[in-house]
Every structure is written in structure tokens, then in C-alpha cells.
Write a protein that binds this ligand. Sequence first.
Ligand code: ZN
Length: 323
Amino acid sequence: MGAISQDYGVLSYIRFSMDEQEAIQKKREQISRVQRTRRLVTIFLSIFIIFTIAALICLAVSVYSLNSKLDKLDQTIRYLSTHSAQGKNSLSYDYDLKQNSYKTDKENLADESDIRKVYLTFDDGPSSNTGKILDILDDYNVKATFFVNGRTDKHSIKMYKRIVNEGHTIGMHSYTHRYNQVYASREAFEKDFFRIRKLIYDTTGVKSVYYRFPGGSSNKVSNTNISDLISFLDKEKVTYFDWNVMSGDAVSNELKSSQIIENVMSDVIKYKTSVVLMHDAANKDSTVAALPALIQKLQKEGDLLLPIDKDTRLIQHVTLSDK
Ligand code: ZN
């Protein structure tokens, strides 16, 4: 009897121990399931974070490229809206203006024997390209003219000073360059004019006497009678200059530098005095790239490269008829 109960005790012990082992085994499986799940969640979260970061980077890149595309479009539209008027009798103002006077100025047509004067002019700066242009001009000992806009950051202030200190002519090209503001009314034009003049005076000590209308004097975007603005500049003893040679750098930022050089070289041979329209805006890298070879070619032709001064022949798209 005693032996039987002993056997029973051993059996129950074995069964118990088997139950325990099963429980342990289950527990183990449970733990490993939890660990697997945790690993999966971690992997999933990592993939999610990496994917989100990648998507954000892609988004930032496409915003940036869209922005620069918009910028180019804006430049093109601006150019087309301001230059489509050239050469056509399309000004609808009811005042008497001589249009494209430089085109009818026969005295400015060059002969083979003439020593041609070439005035390189840069609009829309200062920008990150202005310093590079100043360095190139310095390399070739060439003086030019900068028609500047109003900017008060450290770099721009430095550029205004460099332009003046390095012997170039500083001209005004409106403070804001926003057509809807500059040309909103004569009062708005005057206010903008005094603002850019003061900024130049305060930073360089020069009271600028040269102006280039944003879009030129033949622009079609001005809401204000341009003859009023010309009279105002006259009263302020300020001379405005347009251009008779276009580098073409206003049309596209992707214009090849060889094209810029060709545009300029094919036109400067026509005139005794050429005023060349170029831009030192931040996106005009091809202008910077074209400049050294352009200067070399002009100098090889024997052309005089000069900064605008009081003796420069007036190159104006429109003038008051009684002038
Ligand atoms: Zn401009």
C-alpha cells in the first residue's frame, strides 16, 4: 500500500513538473512573441521615420526647384511685358514723346574709322554676383555703371561702397523695383526716387545723378504718364539712360555666355556710343561667366570701355519732344 502511494506521489510530481514545464514553455513563447512584435514595431517605426524624412527632403527639393522656376517665369513675364513695346508705336499715352530716339539718331552710327565707346551697365543689383563682377572689372581695369536697387543688408551696403570706391558710376534703378509700386503714381515714383537716392548718399556719400527706369523709359507697365516722371527727373537734375545694346541676359537665366557675348559684339559695331544692358542679379551667373571674354573681345576691337558720366551721349528710348 505504502509503495503504491509512493508511486502515486512520484507520478503526480512528474505530472506537476510537466505542467510547470509546459507553463514555462508557454511563457517563453509569449515573451518571444512580445519581443517579435516589439521588433516589428521598431522596424516599422524606423521605416516610417526614414520614409517621412526622405519625403520631407523630396518636398523641400521640389519646393526649391518650383521656386526657381517661378522666379524664371517671373523674369520672363517681366521682360516680355516691358520690352514688347520696343520698336512699336505702342505707347498709348496722350502726350508728345519721341520714341526710340536712339534708333533715329543717325549721328551715333559708327564708321569703320570711329573709336567706339562702350558703356557696360548692370541693373538690379546688388547681389551675390556684384562682387564677382567688380573683381572681373578690376582684373581688366575697366570701369562700368551700376544701376542699383535699394537693399540694406551688410553685403549690399558693402557693394554700394565698392562700386563707388573702385571708380564705377552708381546710378539709381528705383528702390523697390516693383513696377506696381514705383509707377503707381507720380508721388509714389518721387517717394521711391528719394528713398534710393538717400540710401546711396548715406552709404557712399555720392548724390547719384543717373537713373534707369525699371523696364526702361519705353516700358508699358507704368500707370503714370512717363513724361511727368521725365520732367521730375529733369527738375532733380538727374539724367536717365536706357540702352541700345542688349546682352539678352534679361530673357533667360540659362542663356549661354557665348550667346551673351555674340549679342553684344554684333550690336556694338553699329554705334559710336553703345550703352549695354546687363544684369548683376543673383541668378545671372551666365552674365558673370561671359564678362571676361566679352571684355577681352571689346578691348581687342579697340573699343573704349567707360563708366557713364556727364559727357556720355544720351541713349534714351523716349524723350520729351521739346527737349
Ligand atoms: Zn531692372
